[in-house]
Design a protein around this ligand. Sequence first.
Ligand SMILES: Nc1nc2c(ncn2[C@@H]2O[C@H](COP(=O)(O)OP(=O)(O)OP(=O)(O)O)[C@@H](O)[C@H]2O)c(=O)[nH]1
Length: 393
Amino acid sequence: MNGLNSDPLTLLAAAMLVYFVGGLAWLLLALVARVAPRISLGLALANGLLTAALATHSLRGQASAWLAFWGSDVLAMATLATLRAVMPALSEESASGKATIAWRSALILLLPAAAAIAWLPYEGDLRWHTRIIFGVTLVLTLLAAGDAWRQLRARLAPHLAAQLTAPLFVIALFLLLPLINSFIRPSATFDLLAANKFQVGWLWSMLALGLLINATMALLVLARVILQIQRLTRRDPLTDVLNRRALSEAIDDEHARLQRGKPYALVMIDMDHFKQLNDSMGHAAGDAALLQAVQVLSVCVRDVDRLGRLGGEEFCVLLPLTDLAGAALVAERMRHNLEASSFAWQGKTWPLTASFGVAEAQAEDVSADAVLQRADKGMYRAKAQGRNLVQEA
Ligand SMILES: Nc1nc2c(ncn2[C@@H]2O[C@H](COP(=O)(O)OP(=O)(O)OP(=O)(O)O)[C@@H](O)[C@H]2O)c(=O)[nH]1
């Protein structure tokens, strides 16, 4: 340890090895395992850039100043710019707008900083280089951490989201140290090869942080994969509403709350004459009609309500804290909006309607199945009475 302590070049080589291996691991994950390929490729690039930044930094005094000073500093900033830019890819939805904003904000910080340090003379007083480089990398890291926090916060409990993003904020703190140092000791330059205590300590931390940042990103990617799997097991692949199992769980949970005086209601929905639609316009048209129906139905409900597909052309909506009259109103709005949205496919139109059964949970209902059966009965009554109707049960 003492030997390493006094040898910044060995420490630098060790840090390069950590980042190089990290980069290779991400590359394999992206290209061979095809796990979260966009973010994995971005992280492979970030590790590669940092390895190159350290390699060029180690050439100071041997290679040209452009390569060993400006080149290594720009590569180091580009590493954090890449980390910031790939963060939106953590999200499961391909939000290309957010990705573009992230790349733009990264470049807006990186390019002027690269120009500024090229313009400042690379001799004698390097304190402004240090301030620019660490100021920019600090802001980029904070933007990346904030982005990761926002994305996880939307899908995970706050403490889990905080634990997963905390290391990114620690890295931001770590980048703050050289920045503060440049104000406390303006004469100190940021040269990793200088064997003073600050640089050697920083190099050791960089080694540890190399492992920490890659482990953190691996955890974030793992969280993304787990959320994606959870989503796939809970969603209907065609319409993306809850599938039968997920909706049943939500209804069972709501039924448990019934004992605590929280009412709920169900609306059963069955598309009318769907066989005819399939037969006359084709199965693809039927699929498109189901998608259109879901769009129409989902705007009729509140955020707390749950729309699910029970199978085929049958849907159900769970309405928490709603009585029979309230549920009938929602069902009537759905029926009306569906009827008003005629379905068009390859130049032909089709009247899109459905039959609705509404039921409110009663204290004597031993299970949610009893409520479902009543709503189902209402729906069959609506079918029997000519369809495109709401019936209460
Ligand atoms: N395109 C498409 N059709 C589906 C899907 N799931 C179920 N269907 C079709 O929906 C039709 C349902 O037919 P039926 O149960 O006879 O009901 P219906 O024709 O709507 O008649 P009523 O309910 O009495 O008005 C069948 O032809 C199924 O093949 C799907 O995911 N996509």
